[in-house]
Design a protein around this ligand. Structure first.
Ligand code: LLP
Length: 421
């Protein structure tokens, strides 16, 4: 099994044994490229946990879901669309532990109907969810997502705990929600805590303590705890690899304490998104213009925040590598990398708040390719049609071969469903 290159070199020719030029020739640009072996290897790294439940919001391409399922992971769904994808990728609707869990802070009507139709497990993040589900079923069980009162994240926008967060059931209302569930003959059998994404390990460890205390308060019917997602991945040179063994040990300790207290086994789940896919995905773009202002050299590529939104949304850093079109020497330059959209925020090199910064890159010319790394999570799934740009192609690399796993949208696709009355 191969691991994706880290850190990304400043120039490269191949990704997982496939020439980037061939990818651009065969599939066009911009194109998302995923390394199958890298994703499978990440699932395997978490095997100490009883259940690895993939948070498919990070990358829900059916080919990626299929890979993750074959690697032994179960799946989380946050919408009717994600339920549909989970079923289409081959997870069964029911089983022990539940192959698919619907986790959200509300049921939209379509999601509630799908959950009921397939008898899916639900993880409720609001008291109203308990009522809406309880009114429609003849008893059963649910799990609760709890906001432990604190949170953390790589950006304010990815912090999902604390009093400003809309996520989960506020910890002080836990007992009230267990009683509310009992009113409908629903037993609360699990607790789930996810405080944010891109969190450091120290904060993730705090969650385990909080979860233990909440689990005790949930009562004797507790059968599972979920550590949520949030495992960090490496974007910059020097970013540490998360210490999975140490992290597992912390949660295992909590699980053991609960097991002793309850007198029965407690299942330990983890719900990663980014950790499984981020480092195994790249965005391949083409340099289409290079221009200067008094301050900056702008390298303009054919993908913008319509394709990769993380920089404009969070000021997220992504490593970049040039695939030069020739063998000329290319000295490093500090450049601003931007996209094609008619919007000044369409810049890949920006800090949170929209402050433009530069990133060192070998001198880029029109016709070179630019590979943006760390793009396997929250890349394609957050793409849009802004400026009437078709969604990019997605390609899976496996054993040195490239397979199209999502066709690039066509211009016809863009207007499908629109009506001139
Ligand atoms: N579980 C729950 C309940 C979540 O809300 C999330 C992420 C995850 C698991 C997976 O978190 P991960 O392991 O991927 O950190 N678009 C943002 C990230 C938003 C995450 C939302 N929830 C980004 O690009 O950084």
């Amino acid at each position: 099994m191969s691991a994706p290159p880290f850190p990304l070199p400043s120039t490269l020719q191949e990704l997982a044994g496939v020439a980037v030029r061939d990818l651009a020739r065969d599939f066009g640009t911009p194109t998302y490229v995923y390394d199958a072996a890298g994703i499978t290897e990440r699932v395997a790294r978490l095997r100490a946990f009883d259940v690895v439940r993939y948070a498919q919001k990070a990358n829900s391409n059916l080919a990626v879901l299929d890979l993750v399922r074959r690697a032994g992971a179960l799946v989380d769904a946050v919408s009717a669309g994600e339920i549909h994808r989970a079923l289409a990728a081959g997870w069964a609707a029911s089983g022990e532990p539940s192959p698919i869990v619907y986790t959200a802070d509300l049921f939209d009507r379509e999601a509630l109907e799908l959950v009921l139709e397939h008898g899916l497990a639900v993880n409720c993040g609001s008291p109203d969810m308990i009522d809406q589900y309880g009114e429609r079923v003849d008893g059963g069980e649910i799990t609760l997502r709890v906001n432990p009162g604190f949170g953390h994240g790589h950006s304010r926008k990815t912090n999902t705990g604390g009093p400003h967060s809309k996520h989960g059931i506020w910890h002080e209302q836990l007992e009230a929600c267990v009683a509310r569930a009992a009113h409908y003959d629903l037993r609360v059998t699990g607790l789930h805590v996810h405080i944010g994404s891109g969190v450091d390990m120290r904060h993730l460890a705090q969650v385990a303590e909080a979860c233990c205390e909440l689990a005790v308060r949930t009562g004797p019917g507790l059968q599972s705890i979920s550590a949520g997602g949030g495992l960090p991945t490496r974007y910059r040179e020097g970013d540490p690899e998360p210490d999975i063994a140490a992290y597992f040990a912390i949660w295992d300790g909590v699980r053991e304490r609960l097991k002793r207290g309850l007198g029965h086994p407690v299942r330990l789940e983890i719900e990663p998104g980014r950790f499984l896919v981020a480092e195994s995905g790249w965005l391949v773009t083409e340099v289409r213009a290079v221009k200067r202002t008094s301050q900056h050299t702008f390298v303009l590529v054919d993908a913008g925040f319509n394709v990769l939104a993380r920089p404009v949304l969070y000021g997220a850093y992504h490593p970049m590598a040039l695939v030069p079109a020739d063998a000329d020497p290319r000295p490093l330059r500090d450049v601003v990398v931007a996209g094609p959209l008619c919007e000044s925020g369409d810049i890949f090199t920006q800090d949170e708040g929209g402050l433009v910064r530069t990133q060192p890159l070998p001198e880029a010319r029109v016709g070179d390719l630019l590979v943006i790394g760390g793009a396997g999570a929250y890349g394609a799934v957050m793409a849009s049609n802004y400026n009437s740009k078709p969604l990019p192609a997605e390609v899976l690399l496996r054993a040195g071969k490239a397979q199209l796993v999502r066709a690039r949208q066509t211009l016809e696709d863009l207007v499908r469903g629109e009506i001139i009355p």
